[in-house]
Ligand binder design. Structure first.
Ligand SMILES: [Mn+2]
Length: 306
């Protein structure tokens, strides 16, 4: 495992020490699974660059989450064949999972979620997945590929039946039929904003939980640059409240942020993605520390989570 030339938040070396850091950011600059707009392969670098301008103090949590240590790694080796690429990613992520660091996958298109999920499943056995996304991604395959970003939840559901999909506002007739016939816990954005009791669904979801965040879940005023945009997404504070509800009630063991596209004239989207990642690191820490009765760390002291 190699350390990236550029570090998330541009942290001092003390806070990016690979053995002492509690969190690891793994860039996965891969876009073999997309169908419409390109640019997701350049997203990890754009987010890491943008993160240098984010305040290290979190004004909501009133804390400095970076002090637990956040190391940004070099992307895994690449391969032109998607199945091979996924195998290699899964292997590398497995290795990382075994260090007990909390891993944040930074895509890349949505297909990179599958190897990350499978690596965690190997360690934890059963695990639930919360998908925050504009799309259901339940197609068995798309444009001839089972590895398409439009099929990621179909792949995941082959490995766990414990899924919760939130913020969805675009799905095909076939996907809608599947949601109906398999009674999937899928909350459209319309239902989310009109009184559906998603907190009850969250409560019923067994631990541990992996969260996959497609940035097209957000409103364009928050994140505009994404390959398959849909109107009407989550606003910033609305999303922070949702994540607070998740992290305060669930044992989250990892998450990823995918489908951001690099766009030369949009500086806002990578900043929002970077700030989101840092806030979620803060939430993970906050609720872990509350549970164990510990204080916010002042220096990295190795992995915190089992
Ligand atoms: Mn999507």
């Amino acid at each position: 495992m190699k350390i990236n030339e550029f570090q998330f938040l541009d942290l001092e070396p003390e806070f990016t020490d690979i053995s002492a850091a509690a969190f690891a950011i793994l860039p996965l600059p891969f876009e073999g699974g997309i169908s419409y707009g390109a640019g997701t392969a350049q997203a990890p670098n754009a987010v890491i660059k943008a993160s240098a301008y984010i305040e290290l103090y979190n004004e909501i949590l009133k804390a400095d989450p970076y002090k637990a240590g956040i190391v940004t790694l070099h992307p895994p080796k690449s391969h032109f064949q998607v199945d091979k690429m996924h195998e290699m990613m899964e292997e590398e992520i497995s290795e990382l999972v075994n260090t007990n660091k909390f891993i944040i996958g930074l895509g890349g298109d949505h297909s990179i979620t599958t190897p990350h999920f499978l690596a965690l499943k190997k360690k934890y056995g059963n695990l639930s997945v919360i998908q925050i996304d504009a799309h259901a991604d339940l197609r068995e395959e798309y444009e001839g590929s089972p590895y398409s970003h439009a099929s990621v939840m179909a792949r995941i559901r082959e490995n766990t039946k414990q899924t919760l999909q939130l913020g969805i506002r675009s799905l095909s007739r076939e996907e809608a039929d599947r949601v109906e016939s398999e009674q999937l816990d899928l909350v459209t954005m319309h239902a989310f904003r009109n009184g559906t009791d998603w907190k009850a669904l969250l409560e019923n979801l067994p631990d541990p939980v992996f969260i996959t965040i497609d940035v097209d879940a957000f409103d364009w005023s928050v994140i505009a640059s994404t390959g398959t945009p849909e109107p009407g997404g989550f606003l910033w504070d609305e999303a922070l409240d949702l994540f607070d509800a998740i992290f305060s009630t669930k044992n989250v063991i990892g998450f990823d942020v995918v489908e951001l596209s690099y766009a030369q004239h949009d500086r806002n989207s990578p900043v929002a993605a970077a700030k989101l990642i840092y806030h979620l690191i803060g939430l993970k820490l906050k609720y872990h520390l509350a549970k164990t009765g510990s204080l916010w760390p002042s220096t990295p002291a190795g992995p915190l989570f089992e």
